[in-house]
Design a protein around this ligand. Structure first.
Ligand SMILES: Nc1ncnc2c1ncn2[C@@H]1O[C@H](COP(=O)(O)OP(=O)(O)OP(=O)(O)O)[C@@H](O)[C@H]1O
Ligand SMILES: [Mg+2]
Length: 326
């Protein structure tokens, strides 16, 4: 795995180009994700976010350029090696994508049964830990049809966490959720990142959410990275005063409009039609995908003083590792 000074990169994307027919969807993307950081990917509908995510998980291969996970070029791996790498990351599917015929607990257990040699008692124990992480232990015996949308997301997250991934991928984690529930999911993403040292890559349209969880952010437009920086730099642009707009470049004005969700500005001149393919990312169930598309800015920001999760007590050695790292 390569490093940048002291920092370890779990994902490295170099000059990624992807075309579908005549359309160049990704046009030279360069992006690195560091171990333990939360990278938020934003951009208008159809700009290539889901396509980029699909490259990161190895379900699409580039026409040009390279995508490395844990130092391995995905396109050069055999199916077998790719399966090994897939155990090291988790994906939060839209609406959880749970097996309807299995209880919440069995949905998590299934992954462990398929991918490990652990015996039933240990699996049982692991399932409880994963469900506790997402505050769903009480719902272990419920079936997906019996739980709310937010609980389904959390169950999906417990399943994504089953194999102790180093990276978590999320596509629109708060789409279709009410503001309080989506704030709770944000809190959970932050909690997991801090407690488990997991890197997260989050595609979202929800600006409050983006600013709550991001360490760094990437803004895509027309298949290119328009801006890639720390959250603070994006905050500065979002809050840039109206009377100093002439100091901004055209790109910066466009990003500012996007971040603020303003109806008028350079973005509005372009069409932003809904991409039907969005739903199809890794076979997600997408009835809810269009629900949370709009940029919302009224959401309650989660309270950072909320009591610490159970995980801190449960896995003190992990906590310690984190402290040792920093
Ligand atoms: N398999 C495919 N075949 C043909 N075109 C595709 C395919 N996948 C994506 N595209 C096209 O690539 C472009 C980018 O799609 P993508 O789904 O990555 O956008 P997005 O940024 O995720 O959009 P949204 O915010 O609506 O989810 C779209 O024009 C889409 O129609
Ligand atoms: Mg998409």
């Amino acid at each position: 795995m390569s490093t940048d000074g002291q920092e370890e990169h779990v994902i490295e994307i170099e000059n990624l180009v992807k075309r579908f027919g005549d359309q160049t969807v990704l046009d030279g993307i360069n992006l690195h994700v560091k171990a333990g950081e939360t990278m938020v990917i934003m951009g208008g509908s159809g700009c290539g976010k889901s396509t980029l995510l699909r490259h990161m998980v190895g379900s699409l291969h580039p026409d040009e350029g390279k995508v490395r996970l844990f130092g391995e070029v995905l396109a050069e791996l055999s199916e077998e090696d790719l399966d090994e790498i897939r155990k090291k990351f988790g994906i939060l599917f839209q609406s959880g994508a749970l097996f309807q015929s299995l209880s919440v607990g069995d949905n998590v257990a299934l992954i462990l049964e398929e991918h490990t040699d652990l015996d039933a008692a240990i699996i049982d124990f692991m399932v409880k830990i994963k469900l506790e992480l997402v505050d769903l232990r009480e719902a272990a015996h419920k079936f997906p049809a019996q739980i709310s949308g937010g609980m389904k997301k959390r169950a999906g997250l417990a399943r994504a966490l089953a194999l102790d991934p180093k990276i978590l991928f999320y596509d629109e984690p708060s789409a279709g959720l009410d503001p309080v529930t989506s704030a709770a999911i944000d809190r959970l993403i932050i909690d997991l990142t801090q407690k488990l040292g997991v890197a997260s890559v989050v595609v979202t349209h929800e600006m409050d959410s983006a600013f709550t969880i991001a360490d760094r952010m990437a803004m895509l437009n027309k298949g290119r990275v328009l801006m890639l920086d720390k959250r603070e730099a994006f905050e500065e642009l979002r809050d840039w005063p109206e009377d100093r707009m002439s100091e901004l470049t055209e790109d910066q004005k466009l990003i500012r409009q996007f971040l603020r969700g303003d109806a008028e500005g350079p973005l509005t001149e372009e069409s932003t039609g809904e991409s039907s393919y969005a739903a199809d990312l890794l076979g997600i169930d997408n009835s809810k995908l269009t629900g949370g598309r709009s940029i919302q800015t009224t959401r309650r920001v989660p309270n950072p003083d909320e009591p610490k999760s159970f995980l801190g007590k449960l896995l003190p050695h992990r906590d310690k590792q984190e402290q040792d790292k920093s």
